[in-house]
Design a binder for this molecule. Structure first.
Ligand code: VGL
Ligand code: ZN
Length: 226
């Protein structure tokens, strides 16, 4: 696929320690899996870094998102008596909320970008899920499906026509961000080699890929972008 890079943005979704199988802290200590580690999660970093340098060098934009939850967030199982990760609760205005282990708590090591993610080509960082009572999987709209994060306005202001996505996790934040991008009218490309999924419930990664294709989203490897 041929891209007009000047009219494109690379969206790097949630490449944060808590979604990775291991990471190095700011003080240089090696840590075991993050709180919501995705199998092979750090494999997304190499293709994203390579593409980010290319986008930045050729007049495109690179945006990184971060899941950024306050302590006691509505998506944490521990915020409810008797709930465990994988359970769900019904939230007023935001429907069914799947519950997770506490993750990406604001200001913690787990919420930091993975140390190998090259932040130099990134020109905009968007944090989401920062309201205690509302989660946000998508980089565009929070989980009430109507509160904007501001990303659409930012992209429209830049004349961006194409959104290229990679990151974590395929079946949650990548999926919702890609579906919203397509629904908002952007040509949307998801990089198969730069995504990894949670896989909960079973089959969710396969379903996410099928849902993206059904929405007209192009799925390809980063090497196929010319
Ligand atoms: C995500 C579950 C909870 C994601 C964020 O980045 O895909 N998944 N919070
Ligand atoms: Zn989250």
């Amino acid at each position: 696929m041929i891209l007009a890079i000047q009219e494109s943005v690379l969206l790097e979704i949630d490449v944060q320690n808590d979604f990775c199988p291991s990471y190095i802290t700011a003080s240089g200590e090696k840590r075991p899996p993050g709180a919501l580690a995705v199998a092979g999660g750090d494999a997304v970093i190499r293709p994203l870094n390579a593409l980010a340098v290319r986008f930045a060098g050729e007049g495109g934009r690179v945006i990184a998102t971060a899941d950024w939850h306050p302590a006691g967030h509505c998506s944490f199982a521990a915020s409810y008596a008797g709930k465990k990760p994988g359970d769900a609760v019904s939230l007023p205005g935001a429907g069914e909320q799947v519950l997770w282990p506490a993750h990406c708590v604001q200001g913690t090591e787990g919420a930091a970008f993975h140390d190998r993610l090259d932040l130099r080509p990134v020109n905009f960082i968007i944090r989401k899920g920062f309201r205690r009572n509302l989660d946000s999987y998508s980089a565009f709209f929070e989980n009430d499906r109507k509160t904007p994060t501001g990303l659409d306005g930012f992209l429209k202001g830049l004349g961006v026509k194409t959104v290229v996505l990679g990151g974590l996790a395929t079946d949650y934040c990548v999926l919702y961000s890609a579906l919203d991008a397509a629904a908002l009218g952007y040509r949307t490309v998801v990089l198969k080699d730069a995504i990894r999924g949670v896989g909960l419930p079973e089959g969710s990664v396969e379903k996410a890929l099928a849902d993206m294709e059904a929405a007209g989203i192009v799925l390809l490897d980063s090497g196929e972008l010319a």
